[in-house]
Ligand binder design. Structure first.
Ligand code: ADP
Length: 434
């Protein structure tokens, strides 16, 4: 028991004894006791009131001083308040540090409430997004960035991919915006100036396109000469020379295919989708792809089958889709051993339509699957080159599909064959040819 409590017990005992003694002297036990205990209660009430006043006006007043049990109680409260103040200072320091880090960041940072209202923004937000903090606090972000792409991005639940906004929606030429949801419904909006990056990317595309274009003519000339020379009796009659010329012709042919694929890729990257609304008879396309596959297969005699829904049409660019689908069919033939089976399917799915190529070929192990659509990524480089691959086929497929709101799904297991499926959304389905 604390000493202050003993003190109170002694005071109460003294009041009781004092009341008994004075009561015996005056014969007024009740009045004497009432006065004694009343005074005691008054002193307690005074301390209680002091505590109440401190609690209700904490900002202006010091914690009251008192004796005994109340004194101890006030001391404990004082300690609690000091610890709380210390922690508050620490937290405020941390918040200050975080805010100065965020404020000094080269990227724009904006904190949004659940209703997409601006709660905080750093200084870069003014430069990149035109958001002036604290002036714009409480404003809805959609009122400041009026762009349909951004509105759609902010409203959707999936923020995995960033989006790019261009002037005049933002104060700089190009900004990449990424939203990161946190807490219950708050969002962190991060924006980065990608003008320089976009310029470099554009330079890279133009450079690749120009180089490919410039290489085309000399390669055609070289290929032509090699072919003409190899047919001359002097060379055709010399086995050694004939072999060398055949290799030269092969390599010239390979370079030509590479240049063609690079040009196709550059075109896909640099131009807006053309003839977006062409209605494509995919069943007819599949039939011509089957014919092409049989020619490519040649002596390998693959079993090539088709399963098509001929009432299902697709909206898009026929040339581009033909290029993407033939890349998949070509791969199936090239990576499936002789006499293997290949099935081309065109059918409705729960979410739209799917064109798929299934082969009974060598298959691909899981670690390669996420990289297959990267340029020049090959599971087996020698095998790809030997079969005439450029390493760009699946990149072309990916780009073409993206231009048709579609995506590629690959299901493959080593030794069990592969299925490459192009999945189109319902919005891309057309019901009849025009
Ligand atoms: P490539 O010209 O080398 O075939 P692609 O971009 O078309 O380039 O394909 C990338 C890689 O994916 C290929 O090198 C090959 O390793 C693998 N691949 C593509 N299609 C198939 C398939 N049907 N079966 C097995 N592997 C495949």
């Amino acid at each position: 028991m604390p000493s202050s409590l003993w003190r109170e017990v002694w005071i109460l005992a003294a009041i009781t004894l004092g009341s008994l003694a004075l009561g015996a002297l005056t014969d007024r036990y009740f009045i004497v006791a009432a006065v004694g205990f009343g005074l005691y209660i008054l002193v307690q009430l005074q301390s209680l009131y002091a505590l109440y006043r401190w609690l209700t006006r904490r900002d202006q007043q010091e914690i009251p001083e008192a004796e005994g049990l109340w004194g101890d109680t006030f001391n404990e409260i004082r300690k609690l308040v000091r610890t709380a103040e210390h922690r508050q200072d620490e937290l405020a320091g941390q918040v200050d540090r975080l805010q100065s880090v965020a404020a000094a960041m080269p990227d724009a940072v904006v904190i949004l409430s659940g209703q997409n209202e601006i709660e905080w923004a750093n200084t870069t937000a003014r430069k990149l997004l035109g958001i002036d903090y604290p002036r714009d606090t409480g404003m809805r972000l959609l009122n400041l960035i009026r762009d349909p792409v951004f509105s759609a991005y902010l409203r959707k639940r999936n923020f995995i991919e960033p989006i790019t906004l261009e002037a005049p929606q933002v104060p700089v030429p190009q900004v990449s915006i990424q939203i990161i949801p946190y807490g219950r419904s708050q969002k962190l909006v991060m924006a980065r100036d990608i003008t320089q990056l976009a310029r470099l990317e554009q330079m890279r595309r133009t450079f690749v396109a120009n180089v490919s274009h410039e290489l085309r003519t000399p390669l055609t000339v070289l290929g032509g000469y090699v072919e003409t020379l190899s047919q001359m009796p002097k060379i055709a009659g010399d086995e050694e020379l004939k072999k060398h010329f055949a290799t030269m012709a092969d390599q010239a042919d390979r370079m030509q295919r590479l240049v063609d694929d690079l040009l196709t890729l550059s075109k896909l990257e640099t131009t807006a989708p053309q003839r977006h609304d062409e209605v494509i008879d995919v069943a007819a396309l599949v039939s011509s792809l089957k014919d092409m596959a049989m020619i490519v297969s040649g002596k390998a005699r693959h079993r090539i089958e088709t399963e098509v829904d001929d009432s299902l049409f697709l909206r898009g660019s026929k040339d581009e889709l033909n290029s993407a689908f033939s890349n998949l069919v070509n791969n199936a033939v090239r990576y499936t051993p002789a006499s293997g089976s290949i099935t081309l399917r065109w059918r409705k799915t729960a979410h739209g339509a799917s064109f798929s190529v299934t082969d009974s070929g060598e298959g691909i192990s899981a670690e390669h699957l996420p990289h297959l659509t990267e340029r020049f990524y090959r599971v087996d480089t020698a095998r790809s080159r030997a079969s005439g691959g450029t390493g760009l086929g699946l990149s072309i497929v990916k780009h073409v599909l993206a231009r048709h709101d579609a995506h590629l799904e690959i299901d493959s297991h080593p030794g069990q064959g592969s299925t490459f499926a192009c999945l189109f959304p319902v919005s891309r389905i057309a019901n009849q040819t025009t």
